[in-house]
Design a protein around this ligand. Structure first.
Ligand code: ZN
Ligand code: ZN
Length: 240
């Protein structure tokens, strides 16, 4: 899959900005030759592994063998997930010490408070989830809320910035106030999949003051966004 959408006349202004201010790679800060819509230089982009079929239609884990059709993975067969479907758009290696362009950008965004990275990451996420969103007939996008203490510490909710781009790309409404986080949780990055499940158990509740037109967040037609950090765990990757 190509990372960037095709450029059209409507993007003329962005082309002019790129020409006046030559774009830099969001990972290594190297010069991007050409338009900025891919967000990575060619060297970094070649390391970004886009999730492709065949994959598990439930959790979205890609299968290492590129042949064959989508089918339910062993993990979902063994233990049915609590969600209906999940998807990731790209993977990066699990090893925390390994420098990977996508990991670098995600960490700059989440922990380095580089709010400006929300737009490129959100656009890439939207592009990578195109089939999933367009085939899902979703009514509402709900970003995963932060606990108020965490929100004060970070200053922004990264999920809202990403979900906003997906909402704009597909015209699906986004409401960040439908869910509330009622429990402080540990950062998920160092936890195993089982520990992550326990960590977020009972952490969220529906906001009683918020109507979603008769739908509850557990019904199909509502997509909760993003980080799904364990979508690629059967290989050596992690979703980004
Ligand atoms: Zn680069
Ligand atoms: Zn699965």
């Amino acid at each position: 899959m190509k990372l960037a959408p095709a450029r059209g006349f409507a993007n003329g202004f962005e082309w002019l900005v790129d020409w006046l201010y030559p774009p830099r790679c969001r990972a290594c800060a190297g010069r991007i030759h050409g338009c900025d819509a891919e967000y990575f230089c060619s060297a970094c982009r070649s390391q970004v592994q886009i999730v492709a079929h065949p994959l598990c239609p439930i959790c979205g884990r890609p299968f290492p063998d590129a042949s064959g059709d989508d089918h339910t993975c062993g993990i979902c067969l063994t233990r049915e997930p609590q969600f209906t479907r999940a998807r990731a758009w790209a993977c990066y290696p699990r090893q925390e010490l390994e420098e990977h362009p996508l990991r670098q950008v995600v960490q700059k965004f989440k922990y380095g408070r580089k709010v400006a990275l929300g737009k490129p990451l959100g656009r890439l996420l939207a592009l990578g989830c195109r089939d999933f969103i367009q085939g899902g007939n979703f009514d509402l996008i709900i970003p995963v809320p932060l606990h108020p203490k965490r929100l004060r510490w970070r200053g922004f909710n990264q999920s809202v910035l990403l979900a906003r781009q997906v909402s704009r790309a597909y015209g699906v409404p986004m409401d960040p106030f439908v869910l509330v986080r009622i429990k402080e949780t540990l950062p998920q990055t160092q936890l195993s999949e089982e520990e992550r499940r326990k960590n977020v158990r009972g952490a969220f509740a529906l906001n009683p003051a918020r109507s979603v037109d008769g739908k509850s967040s557990g019904e199909s037609g509502v997509v909760k966004f993003p980080y799904c950090n364990s979508g690629c765990d059967n290989g050596d990757g992690r979703s980004g």
